[in-house]
Design a protein. Structure first.
Length: 136
């Protein structure tokens, strides 16, 4: 998956040999992407990561950019709080936890970033970004 899933998104990529890149996580805002990039760099200090702004299939010079439609149950930005979950362990354990959270309706398995291999420890990492309504 070299192309982002949503148009016009900030994407963190892990750099691989031969100019290949592996998407790690995708964000709607630059500030969320930069803060997550700092955390991932602390967790994986020997991994080369970059932050890129990806423009989707639509050409923004020929078509106007429409704001995303609001989902009916999605609270406004003033009434929601961001949660970032990082899973780091062996591939079977991370996959099992993602599946378990999916079965318990906490997060869809496809909402998690692709598994990123840590070459030094043999562990993998996956990231989930989720919003929750605040009580206020």
């Amino acid at each position: 998956m070299n192309a982002p899933e949503t148009p016009n998104a900030w994407t963190i990529y892990r750099m691989l040999p031969n100019f290949q890149r592996l998407p790690v996580a995708q964000f709607c805002s630059r500030s969320e992407a930069e803060s997550s990039l700092k955390v991932i760099r602390q967790l994986l200090p020997n991994t080369e990561l970059i932050l890129a702004f990806e423009i989707g299939a639509e050409n923004p010079t020929t078509e106007p950019i429409q704001p995303p439609t609001k989902e009916p149950n999605l609270p406004t930005s003033a009434n929601r709080e961001l949660l970032k979950i990082f899973l780091i362990s062996s591939r079977p354990i991370v996959s099992r936890v993602i599946h378990s959270l999916h079965v318990h309706n906490f997060a869809c398995a496809t909402d998690w970033s692709p598994l990123v291999q840590n070459q030094d420890s043999g562990e993998v990492m996956s990231v989930l970004i989720k919003y929750f309504a605040t009580d206020s």
